[in-house]
Design a protein. Structure first.
Length: 437
C-alpha cells in the first residue's frame, strides 16, 4: 500500500484491487471499491428475487423506468405535466373507495333508524362509527416541527416567493424546520394552505445555490400536479390503511378469534390488492412528477446546482450516520456535565449541523461514483415513488444546461443564515434532549 496526500488535510491511501490489481483509493470512512472491475461496489446488495413473479415484477419495473427516462430526455418537445390513463384510473379507484365510505354511512343511518331492534341498531351504530373514522380529515400543521411565519423570516419567504414565481405556482403559507435529512411540501387545513418542511441536516449540507435548487424541486411538485399530493388520493390511501387495520388478523388468536380472522380473509385480501393496484396506477405519474420537479430545480437554480443537489441526496445516508454519531457525542457530554451546568451551557448544540456539513463536504468523488454505480447495478425498485437518483442526475445532464434564474449572493446567504440561527440551536437541542431522555 502506498500513501498520497490530496488537497484535503486527510491522507489518502491507495492499494491494489484484489480482483484486477488496479489502484483502489482508500478512505477509512467509506467503502473500498474498484472502479475498473466493480469489486465491492455494492457490499450489501439487495436480496435476489424470490420466484418468477418477483423476477417479472423487477423486470417490468426496469423496462418502465427505462421508457420513462427516454421520454423525459427526448430531444423533441420538453416534458410537461399530464394525466395519463393510469392516473385517471387511479382517481376512479380512489372515488370508489370514497363511495364505499358513503355506502357504509348510508347503511349505518338506515339500520340505526329503521333496522330491527336491537341487533340491527347495534350494527347501525357500529357502521356509523366506522364511517366517522373514515371521513376525510383536514391535515394539521406538524406538532413536532418548528414553524416559521413570514414576520419571523422575511428573507427566507422572499426567496421562496421568488422561486415559486419562477416555477409558476403560488408560494407557501408556512415553513417548518425539523431534524430530518429531507424536505417536503404538503397542504393543510380546509382551504388547502401550503406547508414547506425543510430538514436542517439536508439544508445545512447544501451550497446556497443547491438550497435554491431544493426549493425549486419541492415547489415544482405544486406546479406539476403530483397525483399523490391531491386530497382525493391521499384520503383514499388513508381509508385503505384504516380498512387494513380493521381487518388485520389477531395475533395468538383464540378459537373464536381464529374464526373472525378467517371471516376477514377475503376483505383483508381485497384491501391489500386495492392498495397495491392504487400504488401501481400512480407510480408512473409520481415518478414522472419527480423528473419534472428536477427540471424545475434546474430552471430555477441552474443545472449545475440541481446536479449537485442530486449528489447530496445520493449520500443522504452518510448525513444520517454522522448526525447520529454527533448527537450521541453531544448527549454523552450533556449527561457527563449535568453536575457542571456552566460548562454544559457553554456547549454549542448547533455544531451538529456544522459537523454534518463538514462531513458531506469532505466526501470524495469516488464515493459519489460508487453510489451511482451501485444504483445502476441495482436498477429500479418495484414500488419506489422516486426514480433512482443516478437516473435523475443523468436526465438533468442529458439536455442543454440551464442558467440560474434565482441566485443568492453572500449578503443574502448571510441574512438567511441569521434568520435560521435560532432554529438551528433549538432543533439541535431538541434532538440531543430526545437522546438523553
Amino acid at each position: 500500500m502506498r500513501t498520497t496526500t490530496g488537497p484535503s488535510a486527510q491522507q489518502q491511501s491507495v492499494e491494489p484491487c484484489p480482483e484486477c490489481g488496479a489502484d483502489v483509493p482508500v478512505d477509512e470512512r467509506f467503502v473500498r471499491w474498484c472502479a475498473a472491475c466493480d469489486w465491492n461496489v455494492d457490499p450489501h446488495p439487495p436480496e435476489p428475487p424470490k420466484g418468477r413473479i418477483e423476477e417479472t415484477r423487477r423486470a417490468l419495473a426496469r423496462r418502465h423506468g427505462e421508457r420513462l427516462l427516454a421520454e423525459m430526455t427526448d430531444a423533441g418537445e420538453p416534458p410537461r405535466p399530464r394525466r395519463d390513463p393510469s392516473a385517471l384510473l387511479a382517481y376512479g379507484l380512489a372515488l370508489a373507495v370514497h363511495g364505499l365510505t358513503v355506502a357504509v354511512l348510508v347503511a349505518g343511518v338506515w339500520l340505526t333508524v329503521a333496522g330491527p331492534a336491537p341487533g340491527g341498531k347495534v350494527v347501525g351504530v357500529l357502521l356509523l362509527l366506522i364511517a366517522w373514522s373514515l371521513r376525510p380529515r383536514r391535515r394539521k400543521l406538524p406538532e413536532d416541527a418548528h414553524l416559521l411565519h413570514r414576520p419571523d423570516a422575511p428573507e427566507l419567504y422572499a426567496l421562496v416567493d421568488q422561486v415559486a414565481a419562477t416555477v409558476g405556482t403560488r408560494s407557501v403559507d408556512v415553513i417548518a424546520v425539523d431534524a430530518d435529512v429531507n424536505a417536503s411540501v404538503t397542504t393543510y387545513g380546509i382551504r388547502g394552505r401550503r406547508l414547506l418542511t425543510l430538514g436542517l441536516p439536508l439544508w445545512e449540507s447544501l451550497t446556497p445555490q443547491e438550497r435554491i435548487a431544493l426549493l425549486g424541486h419541492e415547489l415544482g411538485h405544486y406546479s406539476h400536479g403530483d397525483v399523490r399530493q391531491g386530497r382525493v388520493l391521499t384520503s383514499a390511501y388513508r381509508s385503505l390503511s384504516l380498512w387494513a387495520y380493521y381487518t388485520a388478523p389477531t395475533a395468538d388468536p383464540t378459537l373464536v378469534e381464529m374464526a373472525v380472522n378467517l371471516f376477514y380473509l377475503v376483505p383483508r385480501t381485497l384491501v391489500h390488492g386495492l392498495t397495491l393496484l392504487l400504488d401501481h396506477l400512480t407510480l408512473r405519474a409520481t415518478q414522472r412528477a419527480e423528473y419534472l420537479a428536477d427540471a424545475a430545480a434546474a430552471r430555477t437554480a441552474s443545472t449545475e446546482a440541481a446536479v449537485g443537489l442530486m449528489d447530496r441526496l445520493l449520500v443522504g445516508s452518510a448525513a444520517h450516520t454522522v448526525l447520529r454519531r454527533e448527537v450521541n457525542r453531544a448527549a454523552t457530554r450533556t449527561t457527563a456535565h449535568r453536575s457542571g451546568p456552566r460548562r454544559a451551557a457553554e456547549e454549542r448544540p448547533e455544531r451538529l449541523w456544522e459537523a454534518v456539513a463538514a462531513h458531506v463536504a469532505s466526501i470524495p468523488e469516488s464515493e459519489y461514483a460508487r453510489r451511482r454505480r451501485a444504483g445502476a447495478i441495482r436498477g429500479h425498485a418495484v414500488d419506489a415513488t422516486h426514480p433512482p437518483t443516478h437516473l435523475r442526475r443523468a436526465a438533468l445532464l442529458a439536455g442543454p444546461a440551464s442558467p440560474a434564474a434565482v441566485t443568492a449572493d453572500a449578503a443574502r446567504t448571510h441574512r438567511l443564515d441569521a434568520e435560521l440561527a435560532p432554529l438551528r440551536t433549538a432543533v439541535a437541542q431538541g434532538v440531543i434532549r430526545d437522546v438523553v431522555r
